[in-house]
Structures are given as structure tokens and as C-alpha cells.
Design a protein around this ligand. Structure first.
Ligand code: ADP
Length: 450
């Protein structure tokens, strides 16, 4: 049975066709720069990647081409062989907290929420409608980006505005890219081999967001009421002083709709560079010395660094940072700039490992490797110290005074080992080291003293 997953983004349409229930990927690909100059698409089939230039005026056109490719490549004999199509949808508001069938009524709700995701929900509706037109017999479902963020607590999802705005107008943080944050965090947990983790997931594409995830549950995310919050993006401004909006509306004498367009489609990388919203164009501009491109890139990276640092504090540490989406997966330069900006947290990029695109790979030594090394070394050191303490307790029986001195000497030695390990592995991960100290060494020393 063939099942198709479709992700209609603001400027792209990604797809994968699966043979179910085996979940074998039959074909995958991405339509890029939809509605822009130089649009193209790439498909991956039988281990081969094919790129084709094509005018992609809108998502319907992309969908039509996708169907032609499925037939031409004999993925299906007829479009009726596609039994289900799953659509990624950005904004589910308070209507959707899980995946739902895209009935007439539900499509209406998705459309109704367009004012909260003006770049995405209309694209998704177009994608769903195009899919229904072309494959009317397939089951159509919607997976909502906002659903994963429903666990965020009130103090993080409310804005400091009149409380009634939330009650009456549903003004609150909904977040976005939830399906992506959910997937990459659970994958990272698999890699780490445990689930009680603190993770910072960075979905950096044309639209970009960062989430703080504790034990698999989202506790904060950078996008807000709409996907134009938090980070600076391809053509979206993200967070800024809200008064800029009213001030500039008066100065430009523009309507709310016009201001919406400026903030969503003419800001971000495009607004600052004056050239493009596409990070590849920005990187190309930087290579030929374009100062505005360099400035745009610097600002872009700065916002990512700021959010990671903020969530590091909110989580009380971090077991891993994950990069995903177009820029996260492919921009070696952006990842390097961001990780260099986090050096104060002990993050050290592995330049060689970072020299990759679109694959799963550890690109620093700190969060996983050094941390694991520190753990093992600390455990060995503390266990040895504990054993020595126990031996001393048996052999030295000359009164309480000497036992106390022995315990103090041991505490000192362990502390020196601890500091050396922190120094050698270049990690600031004191919380963990202190945790081991308390749990293993602490009780042993106390037992000696008393
Ligand atoms: P969205 O789904 O929000 O439209 P994507 O996740 O598809 O966005 O990401 C699009 C972004 O990824 C664009 O800015 C594009 O330049 C960037 N990107 C894709 N490939 C590369 C690459 N090889 N190097 C740098 N950036 C890239």
C-alpha cells in the first residue's frame, strides 16, 4: 500500500512516498523556491538524486508535477493506488491537539486559522485541496505543528498583555514546527540511549524555531501566536519591540494587512540583505564581499545563539543541541557560527565532522563525547576514592580525630581530581560532576566522619 507524506512549507513542498506497512521509502524529494525565480525540484529514487529546473508558480503546480513523477517512475500504476496522504499543517490552534482526518469541516477550520499562520495554513489548504482533486479516494490527514507544544506551561505561553486577550481572542504562544521538534528530539534520545534528557532542538529553515525539551516534553519554544516570532527568518522579522509596528504603521501610513506583509515577506534575511531570503544567496553574497549579506548572516546567527543560551538556562543544562531543516542540515557556515558563539558553554565544534550536509552526525565533542568521558572518569575516580576510604576506615583505628582528617584529605583529593577533569575535558558541566560527588562520594565520607 502506498502512502504519501506532504509538507507544504512557505516556499517549498517536500514529499516522501512509503510502501506500507514496511515503511520502505519509494521516492522522496523537494520542490524549492516555489513562487520565486529559479525554482526547481529534486527527487531521490533508487539511491539516485535527480534535479530538474521547473517554473513552480504555486503549490498546485508542484503537486501536479509530483503526481506525474509518481506515475512516470512507476511508484504507482494509477493514482488510485495512493491510499493515504498525510499533510503537515502549521497551525491547529485550540481545535487540534492530534492528527485528524481532513474532512470538509476540518479543512474549513485550518483555513479559518490562516490569520495565525498566513504563510503556511493557506499553503497547506492548497496542498490538501490539490491532493483531494488529484487523488479523491485517498484518506487525507493533517498532522499539526502546534500539537507538540500544547504541554508548555501558562507562564511560558502567555504574553504579558491584558489577561482577557488570551481568554477572549486566544492570544497566546502556540509554537510551530512541532512535528519536527518532536521527531528530532525523540531521535536524539534514541542516540543518547535515555529519555530523561534536556535537549535544545533547532529547526532552521526558511521558517525557523527553537524548542526546549525536557524528558521528551516541550517546555518552551520560540515561535508564538504565529510563526513570525522568536528567531530572524528568511523573510520574517521574529521578535522585536512591538512598538516598532505601530510606530511604522503611522510613519508609512499602512494598513495592518500591509504591515503583515512587510513583517512576514519583506523582513528577515531579505529585509537586511536587500537581496534574498534564501540563505544560499546570502552565503554567495558574503563570498563576494556584500556587507549587507554579512550583516544579515551575523544577525541571523546571533538570534539562534541567544535562544539556545536562554533555553540552556531554562532547562538547567543541556544534553544535546540538534540542528535540522534546510539551513540546519545544510549550512556548514551557519552551524559553525552558532556553535562558536556558544563556546562560553563549553561547546566545541569539530570542524571536520561539521563539514557535511543532510546527514545525521555528531558535530561537537562536548555535549555527548566529552560529557560521557567526564562521567566515566568521574565515576571511576569516585569509586576508587570510596574504596580507599573504606579500606582506611578498616585499617586506621586511632580515634575519631584521625578519621576526620582522613575524610577531609579524601574530600580534597577528590575535589582536585574533579577540577582536573573539568579542566582537561574543557567542560563547564559542573552540575553533573557535583551530582556524582554528592551521590557517591558524599555519603562515603560522611560515613567515615561519624
Ligand atoms: P521551509 O520549509 O520553511 O520553506 P526549508 O526547511 O526547506 O524551509 O529551508 C529552506 C532554507 O534552507 C533556504 O534558506 C535554503 O537556502 C536553505 N538551504 C538549503 N540547502 C542549503 C545549502 N546547501 N546551503 C545553505 N542553505 C541551504
Amino acid at each position: 500500500m502506498v502512502v504519501l507524506s506532504v509538507n507544504a512549507g512557505s516556499s517549498s513542498l517536500k514529499f516522501k512516498a512509503y510502501d506500507m506497512p514496511e515503511e520502505t521509502v519509494l521516492i522522496s524529494g523537494v520542490f524549492e523556491r516555489i513562487g520565486m525565480k529559479d525554482s526547481f525540484y529534486t527527487i531521490k529514487i533508487n539511491g539516485e538524486k535527480i534535479r530538474k529546473e521547473e517554473d513552480l508558480n504555486n503549490h498546485e503546480k508542484a503537486f501536479e508535477i509530483l503526481m506525474e513523477e509518481l506515475l512516470e517512475n512507476k511508484i504507482v500504476d494509477s493514482l488510485d493506488d495512493i491510499k493515504a496522504i498525510g499533510h503537515r499543517i502549521v497551525q491547529g490552534g485550540s481545535y487540534f491537539d492530534k492528527t485528524e482526518e481532513m474532512t470538509e469541516e476540518n479543512i474549513k477550520k485550518v483555513k479559518e486559522l490562516s490569520s495565525l499562520a498566513p504563510l503556511h495554513n493557506p499553503a497547506a489548504v492548497k496542498g490538501i485541496k490539490a491532493a483531494i482533486n488529484v487523488v479523491p479516494n485517498a484518506l487525507q490527514t493533517g498532522a499539526f505543528d502546534t500539537a507538540f507544544h500544547q504541554t508548555i506551561e501558562e507562564e511560558n505561553y502567555l504574553y504579558p498583555v491584558p489577561y482577557e486577550w488570551c481568554e477572549k481572542y486566544q492570544v497566546r504562544k502556540y509554537g510551530a514546527h512541532g512535528t519536527s521538534h518532536k521527531y528530532v528530539s525523540s531521535r536524539m534520545n534514541e542516540i543518547l540511549g535515555r529519555y530523561n534528557t534536556k535537549l535544545i532542538t533547532c529547526h532552521i529553515g526558511n521558517g525557523a524555531s527553537i524548542s526546549a525539551i525536557k524528558d521528551g516534553v516541550c517546555i518552551n519554544t520560540s515561535m508564538g501566536l504565529t510563526p513570525n516570532a522568536g528567531l530572524m527568518m528568511g523573510s520574517r522579522c521574529g521578535d522585536m519591540d512591538a512598538t516598532v509596528v505601530t510606530y511604522m504603521m503611522r510613519s508609512l501610513e499602512c494598513t495592518p494587512e500591509e504591515m503583515d506583509t512587510i513583517l512576514n515577506k519583506q523582513s528577515g534575511l531579505l529585509g537586511i540583505s536587500g537581496i534574498s531570503s534564501d540563505s544560499r544567496d546570502i552565503e554567495d553574497g558574503m563570498k563576494i564581499g556584500n556587507q549587507r549579506c554579512a550583516l544579515a548572516q551575523k544577525m541571523f546567527a546571533r538570534k539562534i545563539i541567544d535562544h539556545i543560551a536562554k533555553y540552556y538556562v531554562e532547562l538547567g543544562g543541556c544534553d544535546g543541541i540538534v540542528f535540522t531543516a534546510g539551513i540546519g542540515e545544510n549550512s556548514i557556515h551557519t552551524r559553525r557560527e552558532v556553535l562558536d558563539g556558544l563556546s562560553v558553554l563549553g561547546v566545541k565544534i569539530d570542524e571536520e565532522a561539521n563539514d557535511c550536509r543532510g546527514i545525521e552526525r555528531l558535530i561537537t565533542g562536548y555535549f555527548i563525547a566529552s560529557r560521557a568521558a567526564t562521567r566515566i572518569a568521574c565515576s571511576v575516580a569516585t569509586i576508587l576514592a570510596g574504596l580507599i576510604a573504606a579500606l582506611l576506615k578498616i585499617t586506621v583505628r586511632k580515634g575519631k580525630k584521625i578519621q576526620v582528617v582522613t575524610a577531609c584529605t579524601l574530600a580534597f583529593v577528590i575535589e582536585v581530581v574533579h577540577m582536573l577533569l573539568v579542566y582537561i575535558t574543557n567542560t563547564n558541566d559542573l552540575e553533573f560532576v557535583i551530582g556524582i560527588y554528592r551521590k557517591v562520594v558524599g555519603p562515603m565520607i560522611v560515613a567515615n566522619v561519624v
